[in-house]
Ligand binder design. Structure first.
Ligand code: GDP
Ligand code: IMO
Ligand code: MG
Length: 421
């Protein structure tokens, strides 16, 4: 049986904290897409840790962790992450597994990402520059190299072939940064990667399912960054929605049970692209400063705005969300007034549907106003202890999405999570 936990907005919804919270109830946590563009924050022994590629269950000794076939993996980032995780006494030889089908991010993929963004000028995506797009391009273009290929003696020849191909593209972009140092690091990290548990991911995961084990698939990025259903072209290069769990792990759709969707009580976005409820004013700055809204991977300030129910309902629909988890509700503790977007006005017409493209049109959000609760909620332990005005705000989201909110997160800490039932 497989449950899914994923982000419903533009990423950074607090997925890492929630996966870490649930991990003890699962036998396996599996990443199924994305790569080191992700930054999932958790607190272990009061220390803040940001994981990019290792699943967020790694600090629970009875839970194994799988980097699935749909992920794109940078060995250099992985080695650094492993060193950090091991410094907490975690035995990665025991609880980390990597699928042999996982595609490798090469140093030239990172260079190509940089060159591509530079060539786009002010139309740039705002990529994390981790090489994600070029690596997925080589996967679908049938040129990429995979973790399992590292064991073959043809690896180096194939690496050189692909590197030359990349070099020609880089030359055409007049990209002349010296990547020799990146390559040195890469080959050192490759040796380390070869010493980890590399498995046939689809047999590995299905064997666990057949033995009755519980698996949690951990999403990266968010539904609005999905390459097909997000705000294209300002998206990432993978499918981030629940359907991608099947592709990314090699499991059948009927194995999926719950789809848990995580949304902030407001909304953020990092990088370029449409964001109808964005607040480019003092209120937006207040959200950013109280919510510490700075990217976990790049440190960039996150754009902030009100929660958007048009986008959230759309995300619930395309994912088949069965349970909602509302995070960072405490960030709204100190506002006199709050707003929720219930529809868009486009060309004078109201709609509750996401338009197919959002970059060339002007979208005016239709907002409902709610009174703020103006109370510190970070120490509250039960739903009944929350301020009435906060309950009204939460219940409105519940009613409009038609999906029950099961948990409300009221702080970054492991114990700051309130069960609604
Ligand atoms: P992810 O990518 O979805 O895992 O989210 P990130 O880790 O990139 O960003 C979420 C940030 O919010 C992290 O700094 C978390 O420590 C923090 N966070 C998570 N949940 C809460 C919450 O309920 N309240 C507050 N104030 N911070 C939270
Ligand atoms: P987590 O898992 C927020 C954004 C980038 C950029 C766009 C494309 O932590 O929620 P890419 O590097 O994929 O080429 O960038 O997607 N982006 C994220 N934003 N959280 C993430 O991951 C993201 N991963 C990518 O900022 O706008
Ligand atoms: Mg993040």
């Amino acid at each position: 049986m497989v449950d899914v936990l994923l982000g419903l907005q533009w990423g950074d919804e607090g997925k890492g904290k929630i996966v870490d919270f649930f991990a003890k109830d699962y036998d396996m946590i599996a990443r199924f897409q994305g790569g080191p563009n992700a930054g999932h924050t958790l607190y272990v022994q009061e220390k803040k840790i940001v994981l990019h590629q290792i699943p967020s269950g790694v600090f629970h000794s009875n839970t194994i962790n799988l980097i699935g076939s749909g992920v794109v993996l940078d060995p250099v980032v992985l080695k650094k992450e492993c060193d950090l995780v091991e410094s907490f006494g975690v035995d990665l030889r025991k609880n980390l597994f990597i699928s042999e089908r996982t595609h490798l991010i090469l140093p030239t993929h990172r260079a190509l990402d940089k060159a591509s963004e530079l060539s786009k000028g002010n139309q740039k995506i705002g990529s994390t520059l981790k090489g994600i797009g070029p690596t997925y391009m080589d996967k679908t273009g049938r040129n990429g190299l995979r973790v399992g290929d590292l064991m073959d003696k043809s690896f180096i020849t194939n690496y050189i072939k692909l590197r030359l191909k990349h070099q020609r593209i880089l030359d055409s972009h007049s990209f002349n940064e010296d990547i020799h140092e990146w390559e040195e690091e890469f080959f050192e990290a490759v040796e380390f990667l070869k010493s980890l548990n590399i498995v046939n991911g689809e047999y590995f995961v299905n064997k666990h399912i057949n033995e009755g084990k519980k698996i949690l698939a951990e999403g990266a990025q968010g539904s609005m960054l999905d390459v097909d259903f997000g705000t294209f072209p300002f998206v990432t290069s993978s499918n981030t929605i629940s359907a991608a769990v099947c592709n990314g792990l090699g499991i059948a759709p009927q194995k999926i049970r719950e789809v848990m969707g995580v949304s902030k009580a407001y909304c953020t976005r990092v990088g370029s692209g449409p964001f109808p409820t964005e607040l480019e004013n003092e209120t937006g700055e207040k959200l950013r400063s109280i919510g510490s809204e700075f990217g976990a991977t790049t440190g960039r300030p996150r754009r902030c705005g009100w929660i958007d129910l048009v986008a959230l309902n759309y995300a619930c629909m395309i994912n088949g969300v069965t349970k909602l988890i509302l995070t960072k509700a405490d960030v709204l503790d100190a506002f006199d007034e709050l707003k929720i977007c219930i529809a868009y006005k486009i060309d004078g017409k109201e709609t509750t549907q996401m338009p197919f493209q959002m970059s060339r049109i002007k979208i005016e959000p239709i907002l409902s106003t709610f009174p703020g609760w103006n109370k510190d909620t970070t120490n509250v332990k039960s739903f009944s202890g929350l301020p009435e005005k906060m309950k009204t705000y939460v219940e409105f989201i519940n009613k409009e999405t038609g999906v029950d909110i099961h948990y409300i997160s009221n702080g970054p800490g492991r114990d700051q999570l309130i069960s609604v039932n």
